[in-house]
Design a protein around this ligand. Sequence first.
Ligand code: GDP
Ligand code: MG
Length: 667
Amino acid sequence: MGDDRAPVCGLLEVEPLSFARPAPLADSYNDRIRPLLDAVDKLRNLNVMKEVIPLPTIVVVGDQSSGKSSVLESLAGINLPRGQGICTRVPLIMRLQDNPYADRPELYLEFNGKVVPTDEDNISVAINEATDEIAGNGKGISNAPLTLVVKKDGVPDLTMVDLPGITRVPVHGQPEDIYEQISAMIMEYIKPEESIILNVLSATVDFSTCESIRMSQMVDRTGRRTLAVVTKADKAPEGLLEKVTADDVNIGLGYVCVRNRIGDETYEEARLIEAKLFETHSLLCKIDKSIVGVPVLAQKLTQIQATIMAKCLPEIIKKINDKLNANVAELKKLPKNLSSVAEAMTAFMQILGSARESLRKILLRGEFDEYPEEKNMHCSARLVERLNEYSSELQNCPENDPRTNFLLEELGVLEEAKAIGLPNFLPRTAFLTLLQRKVKGISSKPPSFVARVWEYIEGVVIRVLMRHCENYPQLQSSTRRAASNLINKMKEKAMDRMMEIVEMENLSDYTCNPEYMLEWNSLMSQQNKFMDAINKVSEPSIIVLNGIGEVDVENLRHRKQHIQEAFDLKMRITAYWKIVLRRFVDSMALHLLFSVQNLVNSDMEKEIVGELIGPNSSGSIGRMLEEAPSVAAKRDKLNRSVKLLRDSAAEVAKIMDIISTDGDYSD
Ligand code: GDP
Ligand code: MG
């Protein structure tokens, strides 16, 4: 700090200071801009940012000790915390408002939802205390901003955000990843296109080595929205003119060189010293007056601020309106406050009706406009998929591969079905035995299909019901219970039905389907080929039979007795089994559709009404009269937000009127 106080030759020999009101820093800025700034500041006051509408913001960045806080102090004319290491540990939003009529400056802090008034003498302490409260006592940083409002005579109308300085090496007590944390925070603020980057550079360093230059170039390569303030002009006047003229680091909005207050100077003194410095210093006086001094900086900033605001306004209006419309629509969707049982009943019946309609759409009609993106809710497609899966599971069941033990099983069964009678009759018991074995082979598949499919339907039904009573949490648990009960009943019915079907297939063999005879005839037409393979021992024993596949008849060559009957039996059961499998799928499918229809069209309503209104009901309907706290809170929040947005829209409309009657601010 010591050399900061070192007097720059002759500069402290200023004339006695007049303590008359100093010329306001922003004296010369266009008066017409004023309403615009007022309005946008009002928007800021209305907290439109909370509604995720980015407002144009000036963001102050700079390496540690580059002089960020000093620049803000110079602009505001107040003392900010200064010190070694990192003092700015939270984003500090500084709102300066010129207030020529106030007899004394008005200062307050806003953070964590509080407003804390303070004054010029205590501001530093107040900021440090607030910082500790937000970011803890240590050296850590926090993203939660602290707002400092300064209403004072002669300050420029400006809102700026001061961010922690960038530091490469953590000092003692700082988290290891302090650099990453700070860079992430800075990036978040400088990334939006609406942000103006005020890059604070110390004249004592080579600009191209500054971290803050590196970062701002990442988001604003051409420097289109970057303005540089060069501090400490008094400490390193040599080569400063060349540095700002060469512009090696792409600063699109230009440079302003300043000399901040040092030590115990008052702000008035500091400004006089600064003016004199740039007036009289042999090197500094060569720098064009349009880019030196805090007043010039103030004026540039207010003008830039006005320009970006005018530019951003149409987008802000659009965002305010979009958000407003969305909120109003959402508010409309919220349930009305119910005041009588009759009203509650009506609301309840409406919920039931609309839930039924939704279920009809997705489960029965295959319309999924209510769930365009959720594949799981496109029920007809998902049910068909499940049926197809079931069908191929049945068909590919390994126990039923016709090639395994080809004819050996049939021969064995025929052996046991021997009876006293003519030899060329096929015993029916033999056929039935084979059939029953096959049915047994697949018997675990249908129940698991029923279980799976109803589990799926349960998920869908509950999802739909919950969506329809989302505004009445009081109804949710009993509705869910009713739906589960009902689905369980339906599942049990489906299981019973399915067991019956299995049983029926087990007991008898019948079909009127002509496919059976066609298939059997075509299979039987291969009998000669088969007998040849049995008889011609010298030929290869492996043959391919259409409808069966590749089989090896080696083992059958010495079991010629009954071999023709066995072949016939095999072909009958093969032809018939196809039909049986299809019947398994078809009948399950029809039963499923039938049950789902009953569920949607009548059973569900009966069950839910029973659960909610019946003699053993849980009294949920009565509880509909008390609004759920979550809904009340949501309604409150939406109402506040809608009011806020309406006010904002009105403010913006006023600005737009001013702009259209007063000319264009965009450059
Ligand atoms: P920050 O870390 O970027 O906020 O930097 P500060 O504003 O705390 O400044 C760091 C140091 O540089 C302080 O000791 C200031 O007094 C000093 N300083 C800031 N601006 C100037 C200036 O224009 N001239 C001189 N001589 N010192 C300055
Ligand atoms: Mg600082």
